[in-house]
Structure formats: structure tokens, C-alpha cells
Design a protein around this ligand. Structure first.
Ligand code: PXL
Length: 284
């Protein structure tokens, strides 16, 4: 294996319990052999799905100060990944971060985290999707779930299945929104009890399906995005990185099923990190 030295910044919340966002992204990115640098958007006691009375501390001021310090220090990144933002003002902060830290060879992956199952997550205002488009325009790659794709495109949510083809026009719309022309809609229900991703890369569409299995309410998209970013940094071609990430998610879900009742909050991804590490090595 060729020695690599690659660094990825991942901008999302630190929800201490529940397995989402940074608690998922950091181990996944590290396992893939990439240095993971967190820029936390907020500190929460748990994620917001399935919990009540969670603590919530937005870190907007800290984010700007941390970014300024990194700039002064000369820190650079080989990819920029953004996920859950805690305040509307952070859209501007993260846009400015991308402007400051972008490099031609460093992909920007925007996961427009804001909702699921047809609804916005707790705490997001109705006009947030429209406002988030500004950040999406700075992406090379967008990774919305079905709900987020509909919200970004202003299309009514009609369920997770694309039987009617209602998601088909969303792919070019998302591809055009991202400056890099790439988008993946995750969690699409496909034919014969499958689930997977609909993607577009510079106008070329693709679809990837895997078995539909019972999964936790939260964190699957975060796991997918983290694996995707890390594999891209390792040099995987986009569609191959999507395929590997889908397979990784499926493996993690299979590990989770036996403990899902006892711990319905997040994916048991730990036993699958060694698989991801091996998969990433082939791209070195
Ligand atoms: O997995 C998406 C996500 C990220 N961050 C927080 C969340 C959720 C989903 O509920 O609550 C804080």
C-alpha cells in the first residue's frame, strides 16, 4: 500500500449519545485511513430523533473562531464535508468556510441534513430548505435523503418509493444545483423490497439497490456520507464510492438487527470498520 496523508474536515454536530453525525463520522473516516478533523456545529446530549428534553448548545461563534485559527495556522484539507447545522446563521459561516478552505483537488460534499420521513427535524424552520440551497450551490456532491431532496427542490414528498418516477426529475435538478454536478438521493425504496441510491454524475444517472432491512431511526445517512467522503479522498471513483458506501451501510445494519430492540438509536457500525479499512486500501 502506498503511504497516504489525507485530511478531511467534517462539519456537523456532536450528539453525545445516539450514534449520529460526528460520533459516526470520526471513527468511519479514521478507519478508512483518512485524518478526520471535526468542526462541531453544536453540542447535544443526544440526537433529536426519538429523544425528548435533550440539551442543545449551538457553537456558531466557536466555529468562526476555530476557522480563523486554522486559516492563520495554515491548515489545509483534502475534502470538506458538511452535515447537520444548528442555526440558520451557520449556513453563511459554512459557506465562508468553503470559500476560505476550498482547493481545486478537494471535493466539497454537502449533506443537506434537515429532515426525514417527509418532515423537517425538530427545530428547523419551514424556510430552512430554501435558505440551505446557497450552501448546496457550493457542493461538488450532494447527498440528500428523499425528504431532503423534495424539500430542496420544492416538490411535495410522496413517500420513499420511486414507483411513480416522481423522484426522476429531482436528480437533474440536484445535479444542476451542485456546482460539481453530482448528487445521490439516499434511502430510496426500489423494486422487490430493495432500498438504495439514485445518483447523477454530470448528467449520467445511476441506481444502486440493496436488501431493505429494519434499521435505526437515525444515523444511516450520516454513516453513508462519512464513508463516501473518506473513500473519495482515498481515490475511489464517485460511483464506486457510492456502491462501497451502500454496501458498508448494509453490513452495519445487519450487525445492528440483533440489538435494534435494545438500542434503537443508532447503527452498530463498529464490527464493520475493518471491512471499510480493507476496502479503502484498494484505492491507495
Ligand atoms: O442523522 C441526522 C441528524 C444529525 N444530527 C442531529 C439529529 C439528526 C437526526 O435526527 O438529530 C442532531
Amino acid at each position: 500500500m502506498t503511504a497516504t496523508f489525507a485530511r478531511l474536515v467534517t462539519i456537523q454536530d456532536l450528539s453525545c449519545f445516539g450514534k449520529s453525525s460526528l460520533t459516526v463520522a470520526l471513527p468511519v473516516i479514521s478507519a478508512a485511513g483518512v485524518e478526520a478533523v471535526p468542526l462541531p456545529t453544536a453540542l447535544l446530549s443526544t440526537h433529536t430523533t426519538g429523544f425528548t428534553d435533550y440539551t442543545f448548545l449551538p457553537l456558531s461563534q466557536q466555529m468562526a473562531q476555530i476557522a480563523a485559527h486554522w486559516q492563520k495556522t495554515g491548515v489545509t484539507f483534502d475534502a470538506i464535508h458538511t452535515g447537520y447545522l444548528a442555526q440558520e446563521s451557520q449556513i453563511q459561516t459554512v459557506s465562508a468556510f468553503i470559500d476560505a478552505f476550498s482547493r481545486p483537488s478537494a471535493p466539497v460534499i454537502v449533506d443537506p441534513v434537515m429532515g426525514d420521513a417527509g418532515s423537517l427535524y425538530d427545530g428547523f424552520a419551514a424556510d430552512y430548505p430554501e435558505k440551505l440551497r446557497v450552501l448546496c450551490e457550493k457542493a461538488d456532491i450532494l447527498t440528500p435523503n428523499v425528504t431532503e431532496a423534495c424539500l430542496l427542490c420544492g416538490v411535495p414528498y410522496q413517500g420513499e418509493s420511486n414507483d411513480t418516477g416522481y423522484l426522476d426529475p429531482l436528480l437533474p435538478a440536484l445535479g444542476n444545483l451542485a456546482r460539481g454536478g453530482c448528487a445521490v438521493i439516499t434511502g430510496v425504496h426500489g423494486p422487490n423490497h430493495t432500498i438504495g441510491a439514485l445518483g447523477i454524475q454530470n448528467g449520467e444517472r445511476f441506481a444502486l439497490w440493496r436488501a431493505q432491512l429494519p434499521a435505526p431511526v437515525c444515523g444511516t445517512g450520516d454513516l453513508f456520507a462519512a464513508a463516501l467522503c473518506a473513500l473519495l479522498v482515498r481515490g475511489a471513483p464517485f460511483q464506486q464510492a457510492v456502491a462501497d458506501s451502500e454496501l458498508f451501510v448494509e453490513k452495519c445494519i445487519r450487525q445492528t438487527i440483533p440489538v435494534l430492540k435494545a438500542h434503537p438509536y443508532g447503527l452498530r457500525f463498529e464490527p464493520c470498520l475493518s471491512w471499510l479499512a480493507k476496502q479503502a486500501q484498494q484505492y491507495a
